[in-house]
Design a protein around this ligand. Structure first.
Ligand SMILES: [Zn+2]
Length: 293
């Protein structure tokens, strides 16, 4: 495997501690990096400041440590990387690829009848050719060119999305002045040299947008794998902080890891301790997902 470069990452948003769903994504990403003898980075995605919960980041890092999911290098926080996002934004703006949008959510809803991907409504391009008189720019959008974005998902196989139709010109800088998640992720992955993104399937719908943006910025595009979401056995809903998923306990780390492992579709993996569990899981993962080319 010499000469092969693999850089993976886990990028939790600190809106609460790790729950069953985010732990499964962390474990999958960690296993894939270790199975490929790669590096594994942790990035705190706190760009959405209103959703950030104080000290949730420290809690997540403590949970990862307690579960033996050690990372390489320094943890980075998106909230401290605004200069990078500004530079990317400026380079797009200098090429005429960004425009100000004066629409409110209500304006956009009123101008559309159908819903797009994930129930989101595609932006109809109202301000693409300039703001209506009396309107001021609230958010800043990127111009999406027509065409279908194709990519291969290492878990799900070939995927495609027509971003212009399904999403439209999407926001890079929000009406509240914050950087949009899509811009921050694309810039960070490239700046950190990430080659492989392994994350929950709830982000599958963002992938085409991120590839469109990465290409406009002239950045290398990482391989992707979207692992199944953990569903609450009682409610059938996706495990998430919004659905009040419980924090993962770390007093029985092998049990916590095994539960995450089984939620990814593998059979139980009895092990006496965390290092033995992770070694066995890494070996099984490597057989199921050989090193990507
Ligand atoms: Zn608009």
């Amino acid at each position: 495997m010499s000469g092969t470069v693999y850089v993976g990452r886990f990028a939790p948003s600190p809106s609460g501690p790790l729950h069953a769903g985010s732990l499964a994504a962390a474990l999958a990403s960690w296993l894939d990096a270790r199975a490929c003898s790669g590096r594994w980075l942790v990035r705190i995605e706190d760009v959405d400041a209103p959703r950030t919960v104080a000290s949730a980041d420290e809690c997540i890092l403590a949970q990862l440590r307690a579960l033996g999911l050690h990372w390489d290098g320094e943890v980075v926080w998106q909230s401290r990387r605004g200069d990078l996002y500004q530079r990317a934004f400026d380079s797009l703006a200098a090429r005429g690829l960004v425009y100000g949008c004066g629409c409110t959510r209500r304006d956009i809803a009123d101008s559309l009848s159908g819903a797009g991907m994930d129930g989101e409504r595609p932006y109809p391009g109202t301000c693409r050719n300039g703001l209506a008189s009396g309107r001021q720019a609230r958010a800043w959008r990127v111009r999406v060119l027509p065409g279908i974005e194709h990519f291969d998902d290492r878990w799900r196989g070939p995927q495609e999305q027509d971003v212009a139709c399904a999403v439209g010109d999407f926001v890079l800088k929000r009406a509240d002045g914050l950087w949009a998640y899509q811009l921050a992720v694309v810039v960070d992955d490239a700046e950190q040299g990430v080659t492989d993104v392994v994350r929950g399937a709830d982000l599958l719908g963002s992938t085409a947008r991120q590839r469109v943006l990465g290409r406009l910025l002239g950045l290398p595009l990482p391989r992707v794998m979207h692992v199944p979401l953990v569903v609450d056995p009682v409610t059938g809903l996706k495990m998430s902080k919004q659905n009040h998923a419980q924090a993962v306990g770390t007093d029985k780390p092998v049990s916590a890891l095994d539960a995450a492992w089984r939620s990814l579709g593998f059979s139980a993996l009895p092990a006496p301790d965390v290092p033995a569990f992770l070694a066995a899981a890494t070996a099984r993962w490597a057989r199921r997902f050989p090193m990507p080319k």
